[in-house]
Design a binder for this molecule. Structure first.
Ligand code: AMP
Length: 158
């Protein structure tokens, strides 16, 4: 559990740390890998969320998952990518965030993932939370903690 004073100060961070869905590059689970290879090559991200036709979160797809399918016996080829769909290779064991105010859970999952999907109760994709955004919250907390809380260490003698 996060100590209450720390949690309180983290919650005073007054900017949203969620990158909302419309700003997130996504692909459809039925897209073929050739299409996604081009998308990932054009944008600067190597891993992005996968959605279904109804905007439900389904998983992550990365360049590494695609290049793995390009390895032939003696060479590398993009030849077969249009015969494979995203849902055949995507990562599905992804932790999702239902409650974006629960920083304890978010920080725990961000140890292993660079970013996390935020979904509603019906698994509809709402956006992502990245490590970078949470580092901004931590940065804010470590710089403002003394302003909000008095501890044994920072107590000024009257
Ligand atoms: P960052 O901390 O900004 O480098 O983002 C961490 C990871 O989150 C990136 O490497 C991407 O995999 C993912 N990501 C961040 N922003 C976006 C976005 N706008 N669209 C899709 N994926 C994103």
């Amino acid at each position: 559990m996060i100590s209450k004073p720390l949690d309180d100060v983290m919650k005073k961070y007054n900017k949203s740390y969620i990158i909302t869905g419309e700003k997130v590059a996504t692909v459809n689970e039925n897209n073929d890998l050739q299409h996604v290879f081009l998308v990932l090559t054009k944008i600067k991200y190597s891993k992005i969320p996968v959605l279904d036709n109804d905007n439900h979160f389904k998983g992550f797809i990365s360049l590494a998952m695609i290049t793995e399918k390009m390895l032939l016996e003696n060479n590398i080829s993009a030849k077969y990518l249009d015969t494979i769909t995203v849902k055949d290779v995507m990562q599905t064991n992804v932790p999702v965030i239902n409650d974006p105010s629960n920083l304890e859970v978010i920080m725990r999952f961000l140890v292993d993932e660079n970013f996390l999907p935020v979904v509603d109760d019906n698994n509809v994709f709402l956006g992502i939370i990245t490590r970078k955004e949470i580092f901004n919250v931590i940065n804010f907390t470590t710089h403002t903690f003394d302003y909000y809380y008095q501890t044994k260490e920072n107590k000024k003698d009257d």
